[in-house]
Design a binder for this molecule. Structure first.
Ligand code: ASP
Length: 338
């Protein structure tokens, strides 16, 4: 084992007093596959990328909307809306894991190429928070509405209030209550927050993300996903980025905004995602959150090149471009779970 690996392992175990939870690797141990990534040339637009396996049906749906000439924001709302409505997706919308009081509380945001943003946080009872976020963008002078105010606004826009706690998630919550131990689990069966980025045929960027947040969180907790600059950011002159993983870590580092800034400085999307993950690691390596910390970023630049990188293995994302069609890509990562 290299000195560096020994150091990281010792430092982490010393601080956390935990067993061998992960294998810290030299960052060179899981390099970006530049042969593959470098082969990433500018693709024929539109380019659509979305986090995790549920990104694939989302991208397909979004593409259908784009093909019909619908605006990219409508494509995002329709695309990620599939995951929001699916009760089997336990990390987004209807059927999402609740907080420790058994309440499903949702966060979402959306952003267009003119830097118009809409966001909702701590929203309850509405299956499609991304659609409410779009309405905040279109119909209000504000960027973010939260909690009861967001619900009131949604109802005024014709959204229907419904119970989002399915029998299945209620059962899981009751099981969790027995021990009531909070430990965020990122990547429930290879899906989590869904974030989508689009570079459309006109070369304009847009993005959205939606989540039920960390399972068993405190009532009132809001993660990175509805926060412009943390869970999602884009600058139409440069590129777009979105996050998944432990929201607290992404907020602490203004993750997505920083990825975009690095692309502005000339980094490729892969390099920019990797550098911010490294930064998050460095800020958290002695932090209590390190035990379960996972973060992943996806990014696209104006030229039509995409990328992604995660702290730990297991993060994948769906990609569509006009040349190569739909596929899943495994993100390069810094270290393995153990
Ligand atoms: N980022 C989300 C949050 O912290 C959850 C996730 O992506 O796993 O709320």
């Amino acid at each position: 084992m290299s000195d560096r690996r020994n150091f990281i392992k010792k430092a982490t175990l010393g601080t956390l007093g935990i067993g061998s939870l992960y294998r810290a690797q030299d960052s060179n141990a899981a390099p970006i596959n530049f042969e593959k990534a470098g082969a990433r040339k500018e693709v024929k637009k539109p380019l659509i990328i979305s986090t995790w396996n549920h990104g694939l049906p989302a991208n397909k749906e979004a593409l259908q909307h784009l093909s019909k000439g619908k605006p990219p924001l409508d494509a995002i709302v329709a695309g990620v809306g599939i995951a929001e409505a699916d009760p089997k997706e336990r990390s987004v919308g209807y059927g999402g894991f609740p907080d420790r009081e058994g309440k499903v509380t949702l966060d979402a945001c959306i952003m267009d190429h003119r830097s118009n943003c809409g966001s909702v946080s701590f929203l309850q009872g509405i299956k499609h928070p991304i659609a409410v976020a779009q309405k905040v963008l279109l119909e209000t002078p504000h960027v973010m509405l939260a909690g009861a105010g967001a619900l009131k606004f949604a109802l005024s826009q014709g959204f229907k209030e419904e119970n989002l706690l399915t029998a299945e998630t209620e059962k899981d919550w009751k099981k969790w209550l027995k021990a009531s131990k909070y430990k965020p689990v990122i990547n429930t069966e290879n899906h989590d927050t869904i974030s989508m980025l689009i570079l459309d045929e006109d070369g304009n960027l847009s993005g959205g993300c939606t989540t039920s947040g960390a399972a068993w969180k405190m009532h009132g907790r809001v993660g990175d996903s509805p926060i412009i600059g943390a869970g999602l950011f884009l600058d139409n002159d440069v590129g777009a980025a979105a996050a998944t993983g432990l929201g607290e870590a992404v907020i602490r580092t203004a993750g997505s905004a920083m990825v975009v800034e690095l692309m502005r400085q000339g980094k490729t999307p892969d390099e920019a995602c990797k550098e911010i993950v490294e930064r998050i690691y460095n800020k958290h390596k002695d932090h209590k959150d390190m035990e379960y910390l996972q973060v992943g970023f996806i990014a696209v630049n104006k030229a039509g090149i995409h990328g992604g990188y995660s702290l730990r293995n297991g993060f994948n994302y769906a990609v569509y471009d006009k040349d190569a069609g739909h596929r899943m890509e495994d993100a390069a990562f810094k270290m393995s779970w153990e």
